[in-house]
Design a protein around this ligand. Structure first.
Ligand code: RB5
Length: 150
C-alpha cells in the first residue's frame, strides 16, 4: 500500500539550491511550500531548517498519525539539516543516502522529514530516495513503542 502526500515543505541552503529546484520540477504532482533559500549565495543551513520544522511542528495533528505534512531538507551533506531538524520536539528527521534507508526511515521510524546531501548524491538517486520516502507508509506495530521512547 502506498500513501500520497501532496503537501511537502522544502528548504535548502546554498549547497542544496540547485537540487531543490530540480526536485520541485520533477515532483510536479506534489505541492511544495518553499522556505528558501532562494539563490546560491552562502547562507547558514540552521536558519532554513528552523523555519521548516517550526511550520511542520505547528501543523502536525498527531506526531505519529499525521501523514499530511512532510518535509525535505537539502544541504551539501544533509547532516547539518538533520542535526537541526531533530532538535524540534516530535519531528523525526532522517538523513537518507539510499532507497533502502529512505524506506526504513518511513517504515520503521515514521520520519516526517527527509534530509539529503546534494553534494553526495547523483540526481537520479536523490529522486529515487524522495520517491521512496514519500510513498512508503509507516509500519506501526512494534515500531510505535520504540518511537515513543525517542
Ligand atoms: C555548506 O558549505 C555545508 O557545510 C552545508 O551545506 C552542509 O553540508 C552542512 O551540513
Amino acid at each position: 500500500m502506498s500513501e500520497i502526500k501532496n503537501n511537502v515543505l522544502i528548504a535548502c541552503d546554498h549547497g542544496g539550491f540547485e537540487l531543490k529546484k530540480d526536485i520541485i520540477k520533477q515532483f510536479n504532482n506534489y505541492s511544495f511550500k518553499d522556505f528558501g533559500c532562494s539563490d546560491q549565495s552562502s547562507v547558514d543551513y540552521p536558519d532554513y531548517a528552523h523555519k521548516l520544522i517550526k511550520e511542520l511542528a505547528n501543523n502536525l495533528t498527531d506526531p505519529h498519525e499525521d501523514t499530511e505534512h512532510f518535509g525535505i531538507l537539502i544541504c551539501g551533506s544533509g547532516q547539518g539539516m538533520a542535526m537541526t531538524a531533530n532538535k524540534q520536539q516530535n519531528v523525526r528527521a532522517a538523513l537518507c543516502w539510499s532507497v533502502e534507508s529512505a524506506k526504513l526511515a518511513r517504515g520503521h521510524n515514521n520520519a516526517q522529514v527527509l534530509c539529503i546531501g546534494a553534494r553526495l548524491l547523483e540526481k537520479k538517486l536523490a529522486f529515487e530516495i524522495i520517491e521512496a520516502f514519500l510513498t512508503t507508509p509507516f509500519e506501526g506495530g512494534r515500531h510505535v513503542k520504540r518511537i515513543n521512547k525517542i
